[in-house]
Write a protein that binds this ligand. Structure first.
Ligand code: ADE
Ligand code: ZN
Length: 322
C-alpha cells in the first residue's frame, strides 16, 4: 500500500528542525552567513551523534533571524507536510530562537508564523498549532522566561508547552516552575523524556512535571513496571522511530520498541521529529513500520485516532478533523 496520501496527524515536529537543507542554504546565502561544517557533501545535514546533532541544529537554524524568515519557513514546512498526507500538525516553537525570549519580539514572530500558517492552511488544508518549547541545556532560568512567553500567548493557537534539548543535563524537576506556570495558563504539557534518558526520566516527567504526553518515551521499555503504568494511565507517547535510528538509539527498525510498547497497551503515535535531519518524512515512517512490523491500515487508523485524541487543540478543531 502507498501510505503517502493516508491522512496523518503529527504531534512531534520541531519547527526549525523541519527546515530543508536547501531552505537553510538559501537563507545563509542571502545573509552571507558561513555554514561550513553543517552540510555533508551530498548537501544533507551532517552530524556524528546527539551532542553534535544539537550543535549542527543550532548552527543551521541560527540563520533564521526575522519574523519573515519564520513565515517563509512555516509555508515550506506545511507544504512538505501536505505532500505526505498530514492534515493536522503540532510544532515546537522556541522563543529562544524567536526573539531571545523577549515577549514583544516573540509576539511578532508568532504573528508572522500564524499568518503564514493560515495562508498555508487555505492552500493545503493542513492545520497547524504551536507548542512553545524551552531548551533544556539552556537551563531552568531561561525556561522560566520561555514559560512566561508561552503563558502570555496561550490560546486556541498556542496550545501547549514543552521541553526539548539535551536530556542528559539536569533533571526534569529542575524545570517544574516553568511547567507549573504553563499549566496554570491552561496549556497542555509534553517533555522529551526517555530518548537519551532512561526509564527514570519518564517517571520524572510524569511525577515532577505532570505532563500530558511524553516526547519519545521509548526507553520506558527497559522497565516493565513503567510500561504497565503508561498503559494503565493511557499516557500517549510521541514516538519518532526514524529519529531514534538516525541518532543510533537502536540499530534498525526491527529492534525499535514501538511495536512492543503498542502490544503492551501503551498509546503510541508516529512522528518525524526533525525530518530533513533524519532523512525522513511521515510517509517514510509509515513505510518503515509496515516493513518492520507488518502494520496495516487498521493499525495506522488506530495510530491516527490516538494522535487526534491526544492533540492539544480545542474540541471544535478535533471534531472537524475526525
Ligand atoms: N531538538 C530537536 N530535536 C530534538 C531531539 N530529537 N531531542 C531533543 N531535542 C531536540
Ligand atoms: Zn523532538
Amino acid at each position: 500500500m502507498s501510505w503517502q496520501s493516508f491522512p496523518k496527524i503529527e504531534l512531534h515536529l520541531h519547527h526549525e528542525g523541519a527546515a530543508p537543507p536547501d531552505f537553510i542554504r538559501r537563507l545563509a546565502q542571502e545573509k552571507s552567513v558561513n555554514l561550513s561544517g553543517v552540510f555533508a557533501e551530498d548537501g544533507s545535514y551532517a552530524f556524528r551523534d546527539f551532542a553534535h546533532f544539537l550543535q549542527v541544529y543550532e548552527a543551521a537554524t541560527g540563520v533564521l533571524k526575522t519574523p519573515d524568515d519564520y513565515a517563509r519557513l512555516t509555508a515550506t514546512v506545511l507544504e512538505r507536510a501536505a505532500e505526505h498526507g498530514v492534515i493536522y500538525c503540532e510544532s515546537f516553537l522556541s522563543p529562544d530562537f524567536c526573539g531571545g525570549r523577549d515577549l514583544g519580539a516573540w509576539r511578532e514572530y508568532l504573528h508572522a508564523i500564524q499568518e503564514a500558517a493560515a495562508h498555508a492552511e487555505a492552500q493545503t488544508g493542513v492545520t497547524l498549532r504551536g507548542i512553545v518549547t524551552c531548551i533544556r541545556h539552556f537551563g531552568p532560568d531561561k525556561a522560566r522566561e520561555t514559560a512566561i512567553c508561552a503563558a502570555e500567548t496561550a490560546g486556541d493557537w498556542i496550545v501547549g508547552f514543552g521541553m526539548g534539548g539535551d536530556e542528559t543535563r539536569g533533571r526534569q524537576g529542575d524545570f517544574a516552575w516553568a511547567f507549573d506556570c504553563a499549566r496554570e495558563a491552561g496549556l497542555k504539557l509534553t517533555t522529551h523524556a526517555g530518548e537519551f534518558g532512561g526509564p527514570d526520566a519518564v517517571r520524572q516527567a510524569l511525577d515532577d512535571l505532570r505532563v500530558d504526553r511524553i516526547g519519545h518515551g521509548v526507553r520506558a521499555i527497559e522497565d516493565p513496571a513503567l510500561v504497565d503504568r503508561l498503559a494503565g494511565s493511557g499516557t500517549v507517547l510521541e514516538v519518532c522511530p526514524r529519529s531514534n535510528l538516525a541518532l543510533r538509539l537502536y540499530p534498525d527498525m526491527r529492534a525499535h520498541p514501538v511495536e512492543r510498547l503498542r502490544a503492551a497497551g501503551v498509546r503510541v503515535t508516529v512522528n518525524t521529529d526533525d525530518p530533513p535531519f533524519f532523512r525522513t518524512t511521515m510517509t517514510r515512517e509509515y513505510e518503515a513500520l509496515e516493513r518492520a512490523f507488518g502494520w496495516d491500515e487498521e493499525v495506522f487508523t488506530q495510530i491516527a485516532r490516538t494522535a487526534l485524541e491526544a492533540a492539544f487543540c480545542d474540541d471544535a478543531t478535533r471534531e472537524r478533523l475526525a
